[in-house]
Design a protein around this ligand. Structure first.
Ligand SMILES: Nc1ncnc2c1ncn2[C@@H]1O[C@H](COP(=O)(O)OP(=O)(O)OP(=O)(O)O)[C@@H](O)[C@H]1O
Length: 231
């Protein structure tokens, strides 16, 4: 379970996230949406301990997200929105590097390379990978750990339609295994296909927090349901 209690965040005295309270239940898949600059990545970075909230508290499966504590770090796997890859390493070496860093088993690397369709190109340096290929390596990296919570910041960014489809299948399979999932996206059809709940942020405030099936009763699709609420 992910729990946010009155979490706010300011940068240089400007409030960017206003007292946000919500939770994600075990096994739930929550989509984080909102306009550019709304605060999605900031929320995700606070969830993962990269940013410290200005006030309020966050816990992951009961463990406080705080610089002074370590237990919460074992609760989640994370795919950042822009990940640094040592450019001189090949795709295979990058995953081996992350496996070592996370204490994961290197034997999983081949399977993950196959899962993200990069096994044939595993010896190529990541710096020559396309944006979508780098994104798939970042996605594979987040699958090295079998933590109960999986947090993905714009995972479909740069993916072609086939890989968006595959990513949805993989996320749904992980959801069926009982993982608690949070992902951010601008693609409402992805939300419709895989999320249980939508949290829509506008200017750092919660605008909508509702189950996807309930939202879909308000329109033929999520886009229609959401834009009716905007008007
Ligand atoms: N480290 C930082 N220092 C100062 N301001 C920041 C910092 N990180 C984020 N912000 C500001 O906080 C606001 C929210 O940014 P955030 O990256 O969370 O938005 P987002 O919803 O993820 O946007 P996008 O959809 O464009 O990726 C923006 O106004 C941004 O400029």
């Amino acid at each position: 379970m992910i729990d946010f209690q009155n979490v706010a965040k300011s940068f240089q005295k400007t409030n960017r996230i206003e007292a946000l309270t919500f939770s994600v239940q075990p096994g739930e898949c929550l989509a984080l949406c909102g306009g550019n600059g709304a605060g999605k990545s900031t929320i995700i970075k606070m969830m993962t301990g990269i940013y410290t909230p200005s006030s309020g508290s966050i816990s992951l499966n009961g463990f406080n997200v705080s610089k002074k504590e370590n237990q919460y770090k074992k609760q989640f796997a994370y795919m950042p929105d822009n990940i640094y890859f040592p450019p001189s390493l090949s795709g295979e070496e990058v995953l081996q590097y992350f496996a070592d860093l996370q204490g994961a088993n290197r034997s999983e690397v081949d399977d993950l390379l196959r899962l993200v369709g990069l096994y044939e190109e595993r010896k190529k340096k990541v710096k020559v990978y396309s944006k979508g290929m780098q994104q798939r390596i970042a996605f594979a990296q987040s699958l090295l750990s079998d933590s109960p919570i999986w947090i993905l910041d714009e995972p479909t960014n740069g993916l072609d339609p086939y890989w968006v489809h595959r990513l949805k299948e993989i996320v749904l399979a992980k959801k069926a295994e009982g993982k608690t999932i949070v992902f951010s996206t601008h693609i409402l059809s992805v939300v419709e296909d895989i999320a249980d709940t939508l949290l829509f942020i506008q200017d750092g405030k919660m605008f909508i927090h509702e189950s996807v099936p309930c939202l879909l009763e308000k329109g033929n699709n999520l886009e229609e349901a959401l834009f009716q609420q905007y008007q």
